[in-house]
Write a protein that binds this ligand. Structure first.
Ligand SMILES: [Zn+2]
Ligand SMILES: [Zn+2]
Length: 273
């Protein structure tokens, strides 16, 4: 009986197979890491049976997480609009309870994912909602470990997926690194759902731009300026990062400008100060 294996370090799901994968390319990439004891594996069923959903508002969006901690530990965000709902980024867990909650709030039109670290169980998520598309940027196609009909690649720089919901490719952390702009959020002032393309700092008063967060590899000036340029003309007040409570609640544009300036200044700062 084929098993859907998941990497326990990053949560990436692999196509059903008799034997566990030999490698996790996501973890072996310099942006993630293989834990010192070696790559660990579980099955989708065992992960699901050993965890339960955590559902709570995080700012103004419904957040979805799981407990106990598993893999990277991100939370997803449900974006509700009159034209339909979008789930932004994914957690590994999808079960009957999560499906019932989301269906009770109007279901899902699509899933959109910021970058390959959150692709995780996108095949199971799509299937749980009747085969809905999972939007990922074509520039990161090579990182998809479980291809299939659920994958809806998009390319270019911006894509409006529903009225007022626009995917914006910023690049940086990954070539296809994408944020979701929600124009009507925060009383019409707008919100950016940034995954870790723009990483919200622990104090919720800054943004970080790294090629690798766990391995402390910063992005260079060109990449950081490109991220800022991709957001030119985009109106937003709040920035929602990839983890619970990592939300810049207001003045997001000013926080972005200050964070870009600080990052670039430190890349070239004299060490002897
Ligand atoms: Zn992995
Ligand atoms: Zn990442």
């Amino acid at each position: 009986m084929p098993t859907s294996f998941l990497c326990t370090a990053c949560g990436t799901g692999y196509p059903p197979a008799e034997a566990r994968p030999k490698h996790c390319p996501i973890c072996e990439d310099e942006r993630q890491f293989v834990p010192p004891p070696g790559q660990g594996w579980t099955s989708f069923g065992a992960m699901r049976d050993g965890h339960r959903a955590v559902v709570a508002y995080d700012g103004k969006f419904l957040g979805l997480g799981m407990t106990p901690h598993f893999a990277i530990g991100q939370r997803a965000l449900l974006v509700r609009t009159p034209a339909g709902n979008i789930l932004w980024d994914l957690i590994p867990l999808v079960d009957r309870g999560i499906v019932d909650i989301i269906d009770g709030l109007g279901g899902l039109a699509a899933i959109a994912i910021s970058h390959p670290h959150y692709y995780t169980t996108m095949a199971e998520w799509s299937e749980a909602f009747g085969g809905i598309p999972v939007l990922t940027h074509a520039a990161d196609k090579a990182w998809i470990q479980r291809p299939g009909d659920h994958v809806a690649l998009w390319d270019g720089e911006r894509r409006e997926i529903l009225p007022g919901l626009t995917l914006i490719r910023c690049g940086g952390h990954f070539a296809g690194g994408t944020v979701l702009h929600v124009a009507d959020a925060h009383d019409g002032k707008g919100a950016l759902l940034s995954g870790d393309i723009l990483q919200v700092t622990p104090g919720c008063d800054g943004l970080g731009f790294m090629r690798s967060y766990p391995n402390y590899i910063p992005l260079g000036e060109t990449a950081v300026r490109r991220i800022a340029g991709a957001l030119d003309g985009v109106t937003f007040d709040a920035v929602y990062g990839a983890f619970w409570g990592r939300v810049v609640p207001a003045d997001g544009r000013a926080v972005l400008a200050q964070s870009v300036e600080r990052h670039i200044r430190w890349l070239s700062e004299d060490d002897d100060i």
